[in-house]
Structure formats: C-alpha cells, structure tokens
Ligand binder design. Structure first.
Ligand SMILES: NCCCC=O
Length: 476
C-alpha cells in the first residue's frame, strides 16, 4: 500500500482536495513508491491565503530574527540528512552519497549563507540630496512568492528558492516537481517546527497547478527553475499580472579545450562534469569544442574516461550516476541518440543499461555540425558532442552560437587565452580549467533563453527584495 502525499499549508499537513493523482515512480526500479494528488484551485487559494496572512508578520521580523530561524533550519537539515536522502532517492534513484554531499550538506551550508546574508542587505546612503529633505532607501521583501522547483536536484533547488526568499522577509507557496515531491515534504516537516505557520506552504501538483499559482492574484513574484518551455509559460503568466519573474532555465554548456591543456586530466574531468547526475544538470558540459590538432588524442582519452563511469547497478553506491528521471525523459534521450546524423559517430555509449529502470550509458558523439539538433537543443542526459575549432575566435563563435547562455568552460595552460575567452563567452558562468563548481557566495544564473535573475549569493537575495525611496521634509 503506497502512501498518499499531502500538502503543507499554514503549518500543517493537509489532504489535497483535488480528485486526480499521479503515481510517483522510482526510476531506478520502475516501482510506484507514492501517490501525489494534484491540488485543486481551492488548495492553491488556501496556500496563498496562508502565505498572505503570514506575510503581515514575517515582513516585520528583524534580519537577526530571520537569521536565527534559518540557522535552525540548517541544523535540522543536517540532523535529518538520512531521511531527506532516502525520500529523494525513492523519487529519483540518484546516488545516495551524491544527494547527501551535493544537496543536503551543500543545502545546509547555503542556508547558513542566506542566514548571514539576511543581515547584510545594502542600499545608497541616506542624505540630503535636496536641501532640507532627507532621503533614504528601504529594501523590503517583495511579498508572497510563488515558486516551482525541478526534478533534477529537488532538495538543492528548494534551498535555492526558499533560502533567499525567507532571508529577505517574503512568504512562500512552492510546488515541487510532480515526479519528485518527497524530499520537499521532509523539508516541510522540518519547517513545521521552526518557521511560523504560513511562512512556507507546499502544494503538490502538475504544470496546471503551477499555472494556477502564477495566475493567482496574491503572489507579487514568481520564480522557477525548469525548462525553457516552462519558463516562457511562467514569464507570460507573470507578465499578465505584471509580477516579477525569476527564471533559471535550460543550458547547453560548451567546454573549449585548447591543445595546450593537460589533456589527460581535462578528459577525465570533462567526463565527470558532463555525466554528473546523468547529465541532468543545466550547467553540465554538453558540447566539447576541441582544438583540431588535439582532436584524436583527446577523443580517445575522453572515451576511456567516460567508459569508466559506472551506472545501472542496483546498488547505487557502485554508480557514478543514477537513472534518467522518468520514462518520458528517458525516451526523449533515446530519441536524441537514434536521430544523430549519418556523418556523426557514437564513440562510446548510446544504449540503455539493464532492463530495469531508466539508466543510460555515458555517450560521446563525434563529428557533429553546429546546426545539428544535438548541438543546438538541450538533451539533459548523459550525451555529449565533440566538434573541432582552428582558432580562438572560432571556438568562441561556436560556443556562443546556441540559444542558451548559462554555463561554459575553457581549458588551457595559457593565462591570456583563458582570460580573453572568459571575457568573450556569452554565458552567466565561465569556469577556467574546471566546471560545474558552485559556491553559496557567488551568483548562478544565465542570459538569453537560460532566463534571468540570480540564484545563490547576495545578488540572489536582492532579487527577492524591492526598493522604496522615503523622503522627509526637515522643516515640517
Ligand atoms: N549544478 C547545479 C545546477 C542547477 C540546475 O540544474
């Protein structure tokens, strides 16, 4: 008998009133592990009302009070790490150690960052910019924020959404992805004992639920991490109500490899940074651009390194990465590989691993052209392409010639080349001789079709604030 999941509204777990529900499937086994009902409009209304009521008080909490609350949340996340890991593993099949290190431990650290950031918001100095009138700036919370999180890192993305919004004094209605809600509900249980009722509300549901949240009159801001398609829908809905939108969307990250890079180390690291979390990462390397003279050696090293990354074992501790998140997504990734053009070659991988679960081999495709779908469109799976370039200018041109602009890297031993290329790459993040690394203090977010707004860092917290000018007449 599988458990039916509940919403978390106004500090309590409550049954969903909607009549339809979704099966939550463990993609490592294909087993149904829970039922997630789809929230009705009445459920969304109740969550919004709770968030609006809580905002009246939470907005006036001091930064120090919010810091204290967020620090308690961080401690509780660490204390309940195993529970979060198990809940998430049931929904994603991800490697447990990866969830523990990269989402739970990192999430607790990021909560501590946001706790400190609550006390460090900045503005221009107060002063008499007009004689006899004192002006000052108030940095205020925006209000109720509607948030939607994705399935690739359900817990970490929740931290990136909730942490800055709470630090700035907002209240929240959040919908987790319809395939991965369980670690979010463990977080709700943590919040139940720490946050005032109504400050955080969780509604279960699908895309229609997300649309009902965006269209609702209550939120002043909507924030999503997800696909470009979902982001465009959210931005459109937000525009109708003139709500602020914060969008962290897809990616198609290039790694530019110059012949003077340490090819062995670079191939190993590029394989690891491409196939981490089965490539289900908006910053994962998806396109390797290698200097022509190093092509043959590099592709051979990359193929060897990729083959060495395990997946598909029933014991997840033996895997470098887990399964693709769901059957539809698995079928899409299979199709991407089936549809590669005749002139391209699958150097390694290209097939399902095992018959149970949605595991897919680390796959390297060589000889593609810039206009091919596999180069231009997001795959979000363990599939990367290789192209060559002759000059620094050509490398940058190929790298920038996609609709996405989230993450990129350059690999070289020449400092000047690294600095020039990082200046010219049109992406929200550029790594030099590394990739995928993030830190709470630094911003994460893209340009172009990858969206706008920053996660993490003080910039992320500021995105959840509004600026008010107050002017006072000194003679009155
Ligand atoms: N490596 C974290 C990237 C967040 C979005 O997928």
């Amino acid at each position: 008998m599988v458990q039916t999941l509940q919403n978390f509204i106004n500090g309590e777990f409550v049954p969903v009133t909607g009549t339809e529900s979704l099966d939550i499937v463990n993609p490592a086994t294909g087993d149904i592990v829970a039922k997630a009902p789809i929230s009705s409009q009445a459920d969304v209304d109740a969550a919004m009302a709770a968030a609006a009521a809580a905002f009246k008080t939470w907005r006036h909490s001091t930064p120090g009070q919010r810091q204290a609350v967020l620090l308690k949340v961080a401690d509780a996340i660490e204390a309940r790490s195993d529970e979060i890991v198990e809940a998430q593993h049931r929904n994603t099949g991800q490697v447990r150690q990866m969830i523990a290190d990269e989402e739970v431990a990192a999430g607790a650290d990021q909560f501590r960052f946001f706790a400190g950031a609550a006390r460090l918001l900045e503005g221009r100095s107060a002063g008499e910019y007009m004689e006899n009138f004192t002006s000052y700036v108030r940095r205020e919370p925006v209000g109720v924020v509607a948030q939607v999180t994705p399935w690739n890192y359900p817990f970490l993305m929740l931290v990136w959404k909730i942490g800055p919004a709470l630090a700035a004094g907002n209240t929240i209605v959040l919908k987790p992805s319809d395939t991965t809600p369980e670690s979010t509900l463990v977080f709700a249980d943590i919040a139940k004992d720490i946050l005032p009722a109504g400050v955080l509300n969780i509604v279960l549901g699908n895309g229609a639920t997300g649309a009902a949240m965006v269209d609702h009159k209550t939120p002043a801001m909507v924030s999503i991490t997800g696909s470009v398609r979902a982001g465009i829908a959210v931005a459109g809905g937000a525009a109708k109500g003139l709500k602020r939108a914060h969008l962290e969307l897809g990616g198609k990250a290039p790694a530019i490899v110059f012949a003077d890079a340490n090819l062995g180390r670079t191939a190993q690291e590029i394989a690891e940074f491409s196939f981490f979390n089965a490539g289900q990462d908006c910053t994962a390397i998806t396109r390797v651009l290698v200097e022509e003279s190093a092509h043959d050696d590099f592709v051979s090293l990359l193929a060897t390194a990729s083959k060495g990354l395990e997946t598909g074992n029933a014991d997840d501790s033996k895997n470098y990465y887990g399964p693709l998140n769901n059957i539809n997504h698995f079928n899409e990734v299979v199709k991407v590989v089936e549809n590669i053009p005749d002139y391209a070659t699958v150097v390694t991988g290209g097939k399902r691993v095992g018959e149970k679960g949605f595991f897919f081999e680390p796959t390297v495709v060589d000889g593609v052209k810039q206009t091919d779908d596999i180069v231009q469109k997001e795959t979000f799976g363990p599939v990367i392409t290789v192209q060559t370039f002759k000059t620094e200018e050509e490398a940058v041109e190929l790298a920038n010639d996609v609709e996405y602009a989230l993450a990129s890297s350059v690999w070289t031993s020449n400092h000047g080349v690294a600095m020039r290329v990082s200046r010219d790459l049109d992406f929200g993040a550029v790594w030099i001789n590394t990739h995928i690394m993030l830190t709470a203090e630094m911003p994460h977010g893209g340009f172009k079709q990858s969206g706008y707004g920053k996660d993490l860092s003080i910039y992320g917290v500021e995105d959840y604030t509004r600026i008010k000018h107050v002017m006072s007449n000194l003679d009155a």
